[in-house]
Write a protein that binds this ligand. Structure first.
Ligand code: OSB
Ligand code: MG
Length: 380
């Protein structure tokens, strides 16, 4: 496979509602959307899922664009790439920047599966036709407002809820939701807002029968989470601090967590996601599909990866309408009545891009073309 043209677009789409975590508030979804065309004329799509500001991690939309333009695209354009491993090796001169790499890798998998006439889920050995969907719920100003939001999601049919929490907006909020919905599949996400001083405080969450608590301690921490897991019955799940299968292996070996959130973007793509999935499966550790407010492109990728057998917990893979009035794919992802999304079956990612809507939300666009050397020497 040889990619000879890449269009990198910065898209900015308004959220239906602003979203706040312990650390940041977002009103828009920003992403670099990758359109990659091969010498055989196939087109694949990818999405770099970094947020607009480098606070979830050091990558951001602008940093993704820069790293793609200056470093990654020159490394892959015009190269013969047999598989995702070859793509990974081609990009290996660049340290880190896994989100930027994952955007290119997503387009590569779309092309790879299309060229075989398979859906991405089939290509990866997916076992499910539908994947279980949950919602991630913003930090709210008041417990009452939070309760109304959760009620509306349950009314829409979501059967698993994740509450964003932060010190001072955690115990009472979680208690309230649990009191109203005793059987709800409920979990919380601290987005690195807590420290070792909060161990006793966090342990009080054990009272609420949570599926898990996600990344309460430092962004890059594995070690301190060991103490937390020893102090709590609720399974600790790592998000921010797991960037690779190696990180996952280390975290599990010291007991820093009992569950892992896989985000293909965060870990450098599908290839690394598969390695984490396989490692966890061997060890009987549950994984679930995280989310980065993806457009229909990244959502199609996440749904395909989540169809693998080790994804045994519901993911942060909500319907397009949870985030946006309109998506840039022609058919938005819809919630089925059993709180699932359907895994696309058409070749590749199985999506069609709505060119008009893509254009409408594009705020910047760069085109990169591979110019091959002439195959014969010019005449003297
Ligand atoms: O911590 O899981 C997180 C979104 C962006 C960055 C980090 C996180 C999230 C979410 C939203 O929780 C998940 C979604 O896409 O619905
Ligand atoms: Mg998280």
């Amino acid at each position: 496979m040889k990619i000879t043209r890449i269009v990198a677009r910065h898209v900015r789409m308004p959220f239906r509602q602003a979203f706040s975590t312990s650390r940041w508030t977002l009103t828009h979804k920003d992403a670099i959307v990758i359109e990659a065309t091969t010498d055989a004329g196939l087109t694949g799509w990818g999405e770099c899922v970094a947020l607009a500001y480098p606070d979830y991690c050091y990558e951001s939309t602008a940093i993704n664009a820069l790293v793609l333009r200056e470093y990654l695209i020159p490394l892959v354009l015009g190269q013969e790439l047999a598989d995702a491993q070859a793509l990974w090796e081609a990009m290996s001169p660049v340290a880190g920047h896994r989100i930027a790499k994952a955007g290119l890798e997503c387009a590569f998998w779309d092309l790879d599966a299309q060229s075989r006439g398979q859906s991405l889920s089939q290509r990866l050995g997916g076992k499910r036709e539908r994947v279980e969907s949950g919602v991630s719920v913003s930090v709210h100003d008041t417990p009452d407002a939070l309760l109304r939001t959760v009620e509306s999601y349950l009314h829409e049919g979501y059967q698993r809820v994740k509450l964003k929490i932060k010190p001072g907006k955690d115990l009472a909020e979680t208690a309230l939701i649990r009191k109203h919905f005793p059987d709800l599949q409920l979990q919380v996400d601290g987005n690195a807002a807590y420290t070792l001083e909060h161990l006793d405080h966090l342990a009080q969450l054990d009272a609420f029968g949570l599926l898990l608590i996600e990344q309460p301690l430092g962004n890059e921490d594995i070690i301190d989470h060991v103490q937390l897991q020893q102090r709590m019955q609720t399974p600790v799940c790592l998000d921010e601090s797991i960037l690779s299968a190696d990180d996952a292996r280390k975290a599990l070996s010291i007991g820093a967590c009992r569950v892992i959130n896989i985000k293909p973007g965060r870990v450098g793509g599908v290839r690394e996601s598969l390695r984490i999935h396989d490692l966890c499966r061997q060890q009987g550790v549950a994984v679930w599909m995280g989310g980065m407010f993806e457009t229909g492109i990244g959502r199609a990728l996440n749904v395909a990866v989540a169809s693998l057998p080790g994804f045994t917990l519901p993911g942060d893979i909500s319907a397009s309408a949870k985030y946006f009035k309109e998506d840039i794919v022609e058919s938005p992802f819809m919630l089925n009545s059993d709180s699932t999304l359907t895994v696309p079956t058409a070749p590749g990612l199985g999506i069609q891009i709505d060119a008009g809507r893509l254009e409408k939300y594009t705020v910047a666009k760069e085109v990169f073309v591979f110019h091959s050397a002439p195959s014969t020497a010019p005449a003297a």
